[in-house]
Design a protein around this ligand. Sequence first.
Ligand SMILES: Cc1cc2nc3c(=O)[nH]c(=O)nc-3n(C[C@H](O)[C@H](O)[C@H](O)COP(=O)(O)OP(=O)(O)OC[C@H]3O[C@@H](n4cnc5c(N)ncnc54)[C@H](O)[C@@H]3O)c2cc1C
Length: 289
Amino acid sequence: MSETAVDFDTTNTCKAVVKESTRITPASTDEVRHIVLEVEDPAFRFVEGQTIGVLVPGPHEFGNPYHHRRYSIANARASDTGDSGVQVSILVRRCFYVDEVSGERYPGIASNYLCDAATGDQVTLTGPYRSPFRIPSDPNSNLLMIGIGTGIAPFRGFAQRIYSEKSFWKGQVRLFYGARTGMDLYYMNDLNDDLANYYDEATFKAFQALSLRPLSRPDQALQDMLAENAAEAWELIQQPQTYVYLAGIDRVQEALDKTMIQAAGSEELWESTKARLKQEGRWAELLYS
Ligand SMILES: Cc1cc2nc3c(=O)[nH]c(=O)nc-3n(C[C@H](O)[C@H](O)[C@H](O)COP(=O)(O)OP(=O)(O)OC[C@H]3O[C@@H](n4cnc5c(N)ncnc54)[C@H](O)[C@@H]3O)c2cc1C
């Protein structure tokens, strides 16, 4: 399943207040913040795997009054919030881009706006948007979750939801997560280890992939980890109750393709397996560049 532009209406907005903003990486690596927003309207609803949009007030380049970017929701829905606001967590990497001509480094607009926001600040949200990521209704489903970097956000929401009621989820849950260093394993590092809550669950297994060389990319680490565990991943993918989710930067796709072609024994078999999963609604991507 993939997204279409029609899903991203920016006219339907709501106000939210920053309740918490915590840096979950050390100063030695990229700044990534866990930000908890509270939507004032108690009727606001979302489900795990959805994205929200942030509207950064202008003026911006080319006369645009707003700058709009989307972020994956990193928590599970609340069962009932009564009259109080609704909490939405996001995981934001502070982005910069380098002008190829001048060599100057510029801050990304929305990510810096969010990372600079202090507790009590108000922001304008859009969405939540319809998403290809959905938890299957059958608790016997297997989930194969594969991601890099901030791609972990929707998987945190998934894990919170399916393990919120003990012994509810019967299917196998496998998380393959790639990063440059141990501190870039968000929600799985020394500063925030939220996902450790699920290590004791009989159905949950996380595979952490770290780059072996300082300058190699996290997708290479992910690919190496997938290759090491290709037999298990391939076996799971072939089961009719398995759902596959890819999240984070788009190189995740290539890492999976390369390893699964090997595991399947041919590109043809891998492509036809993928096509079947897509056709049956068991393949979902939330990828960005
Ligand atoms: C479905 C989806 C889910 C996402 N989820 C997350 C998430 O959970 N967490 C997260 O951190 N991000 C997420 N993102 C990415 C996020 O939406 C933003 O793209 C990201 O934060 C950068 O936005 P920005 O406004 O800070 O940067 P921008 O100001 O938009 O700049 C970003 C990029 O645009 C280019 N660029 C912009 N202006 C110029 C210029 N003048 N010259 C050259 N290049 C330029 C550069 O390549 C730069 O890297 C997601 C994206 C999608 C599509």
